[in-house]
Design a protein around this ligand. Sequence first.
Ligand SMILES: [Zn+2]
Length: 686
Amino acid sequence: MNKTITLSAMAALLFVVFTSSTPMTTKVKPKKSKSGITASNLDKSVKPSSDFYQYACGGWMKLNPLGAEYARYGSFDVLGENNQKQLQELVVKLAGQKNAFGTVEQKVGDLYKMGMDTVTLQNQGAQPIQKELQKIAGLQRRDLSTTLAEMSLEGLHPFFGLFGSSDPDNSNMTIAYLWQTGLGIGDRDYYLEADQQKIRDEYVRLMAKMFQMSGYSKQAGFDGKETEMAQRVLALETMMASNFVDKTTLRDPYQTIHKCTPDEFQKMIPAINVQQYLKTLNLSNIDIVNVGQPTYFAGLNNILSVSDMEVIRAYMAWNVINAAASFLSDDFVNADFDFYGKVLSGKQENRPRWKRVIGTVDGCLGEALGQMYVKTYFPAEAKTRMEQLVKNLQWALGERIKASKWMTEETKKNALDKLATFKVKIGYPDKWRDYSALEIKNDSYYDNVLRARRFESAYRLSKIGKPVDKDEWQMTPQTVNAYYEPNTNEICFPAGILQPPFFDMDADDAANYGAIGVVIGHEMTHGFDDQGRNYDLNGNLTDWWTEADSKAFEERAQVLVNHFNNIEVAPGVYGNGSFTLGENIADNGGLNVSYTAFQKAKSEDAIKGDMDGFTPEQRFFLAYAGVWAANIRPEEILRRTKEDPHSLGRWRVNGTLPHIDAFYQAFGIQPGDPMYLAPEKRARIW
Ligand SMILES: [Zn+2]
């Protein structure tokens, strides 16, 4: 599950990868006749006490080998697949009918058709990006600030980005955040670690090839010297990377709060004309900005001052080409995939075109698609049942806070107040996004994507200086995911995730508590993890903890940091316990909280006894593990270990369960078993 902390939305450009979602069965009455556990998903040749992940998911992994287009394929991704097919059905229908120009149906249908029209795409080649490249080729230093802002309006953020987010001192207002961005490979470690040389070499190769294919090297006068220029751009990005604040430090919200006036920001970065930049973004009148990483901006000022303009231009052109590649002709699509798909993730082939195009339509017109999706696939009953589950979980977390042995009454009261004010969003938003200002025309696929990016940027920037819209959703309804947002103190469960294996309307609730129940508990716990605990019930960054309680929390959290630091995820490569701490706390808390709610339901006879040879407790843990069943490529293990704040599926099971007391009773885990951890070594937080 993602914890959408507002700041992570900053890194998110328009086209985030929408993973997953499945068929919403439109069955009506919950029959609860099934256990929710599929026998063929298990591997009974392995004892649950020696490798629970293999025991619970081994059968699934054998039955669901990795397809060539996947870096990881899990039960989670099965939902995504089915969801895409459902969206495709909706979209293809619109593409095949006559729609009045300007309607949402026309926009969805035509964008899909443009993306599927490979003949036009091939004919157009690199032509759709020529205007932007020409502009950059002629760029002078005095126009740098304006051009950077113009690129920002197109959703591109070379060097840095400006985004709207909640004022940490007054979560009701949106203010501008300035943030480090612009590394083409992704994580800064790729630039700084000696053993990533192969990836850097491939990156240079990609860039050089794209400079040539796009015609930029000719326009900018370095025809034939593409590799040399690509190396210079890599050197520029490496300087930026060495000034990047690392991802673990960024987890501490206090480290990223430095509010000042635009004039004060100007003093930090004389190389940029701040007023010019803000004016181009239509933000001349703002009187406050938050600088996320002052040290980065100080370093950037140096980099901009000493770098040759031809390198700065090449880097900016590369940003345009890189963000356009997957919407151009096949030579661009393939070069892009060879690096980002094959080299970084180990994928063998690209997704079929229709899936990529559905992803684009989803990215550009997400809520329009979502509105159609829930009408067809989301049963009202699911929402009602979910609301009850959320209430039960909320009660359970409250009971656990009250019973906590390490918090003082004062902090407990604050925690309970925060829990009681959680805003809960289920299924789909009450009001939908208005797409009337977005034009989808018959010029080129890329031009439409560009207009969609402009539409999105204008929408987000227009929020700066205004009250936060708390009814807005941070995910579309068709997304197979969930989030907690600390600034609004809200938990959100889109329709896309309310399906098996997370949520089965026909299954007994032991499995539902193990799967969607833990997801709910996970998101709630984010409100009290190493990041979320810094925000109060109103979403303001406020310390509501006594000093002793903070210290106790940190000691308890450290147990998980150490545990996950010691997990060898690949030969010689270890997990990053600090980086994954928030997610590991949320899994730990989610399991405990959902288990408490499940036990209460059991005591009220709402859970059946043994089913399919499993006790209710066993079904709870099997359902939990089943959510994380997946096959994954070695390259993807390495990439995720660097970039994903979540532990890998295997370790969300085998790393997390040894800390849960109830797990030991359910499966008779004994000292000496590989899944065993001595009671004093188990993390006990929420
Ligand atoms: Zn999470």
